[in-house]
Design a protein. Sequence first.
Length: 507
Amino acid sequence: METPISSAPGDANSPRASFAGGGPSEGDGSTANGRSYYDKFGYPDAASHFEAKDQETLTKYMIHVSPILQPVLAKDRVAKFENLCCGWSHFMGRRDFIFPDVLISIISQNAVRCAKVALSGDLYNGRRADPNARHRYGFTPLHAAAETFSVDMVKLLLRHGASANIRTEGDNVIEGLLPLHVAVENAGMHKFLEDHWEDGCPLEKLISLLCLPEMKMYLDTTRLIAKHTDNIVDEVWNYINGRKFVESAILLLAAQKQLRGPVNGGRSKASRDGFDVVRRRTYQAIGSLHRQATAMVNEGKNGSVLKKLKNKKEDLITAGTLVDIVDNAGEALESYIQTYSEVTHEEIIEHVSSILNSNGIVHSGMGIDTGNLKGYQYLWATAIHKSVSRVDAEEPDKAENSSSLNAKVINKVPPKGLALRDERNKFFPYWKSVLSARLMVNIVPPCEPSMKDKKAMQGTEPGRKGVRVTNKSRGNLTSAPQLGSRYECRRQLCTIVLRSLKVLRCT
């Protein structure tokens, strides 16, 4: 388990110097320089002692503080948040109230104003939350902000020292994920992409989908995190080499400003930019695969291994084409995305096609059914769903264009707080996030799955290959809706437990 807010190991603000009483000798056996007597004398139970202390603090938070704190964060009420920090810090037995679990709760609710207070140290005790402290599940606040796709929260964390180069670790999360990976891979599971693009479709269709207004929030978040991520060329190449076209396209569009700069830090005209490096690596990989396939043919081998080599070669050729498209037309597409976010889907797709044509990219003619661009339909109605339903009831003739009308309403003012969460869940539910892929319990909300989810539930992945999905790959990323059969049992169990707790409290 991770310790709460920490400075340097020997600092007086370290977790071991901030237990009950807060002084160097008040109940926790810590010395003035922050080192514990347990460490000083090599007491064997030092680690377990502090782990038990942290677990006790966390238990108190989950039972007493969290239920009261959540509605405050939902409305981002700074005054009440400060009062809670002041009142509960004594009950919690520590001077620093904003430990990682609290900060992650603030970020998940997109309470930007409360987060600003917590990170700036404006609370009564002068302490501030550590923007790089790990949650007990192994991720940092910036990972959580990338999951919520909150540009304001990401900017706030980066401004207060959050690092975009810390990777996840632990048994409860996919290890080795950067915040950039969380943003890119979660954006790749956008419902529009899963419903209307799959391997084998023209790349122009993928580019057109990424230019729609509903994708802007996801691209903006990725762009901001990519700006502070090291070795961005390597990250792009890893996605291309892994034959992940959607993720590659998202990162290429979002990080093209970094890719166009000299990757070797030089200022001479001869220095290569990121697109040249990625293109060169792609061509080298294609050549290597071609030589391997030729050698196998000459040896008389013709089996599944040769077929896999040929498929990978074809995919790398497609990826090279994608790099060329973004390199040639990326700046014009980026300018259009940022300028015309309130235009209808039909106009956007038409203009994107004209941009691609003007850059020598001939459209294949395979269009997008803009009337079928829909988000997830939940059994319960959010504020956004209610507004759209009311428009459909009052003006039935505009029902077909409800998604375009909704895009206009959303993009006039960037969504904040709960509106941002509703907007994200409409196109990317939180339970599909890569951060929750390894959680023990993944309760799936009752909603209509995407086309990719439906195909995965039927045992085949979308695409031209028709690869069979193994049980090992049936994770939260591709087939989460299949857990819906167990959702009712879990929901009933939770209901029974909550009612039992109410009865016990009354008695």
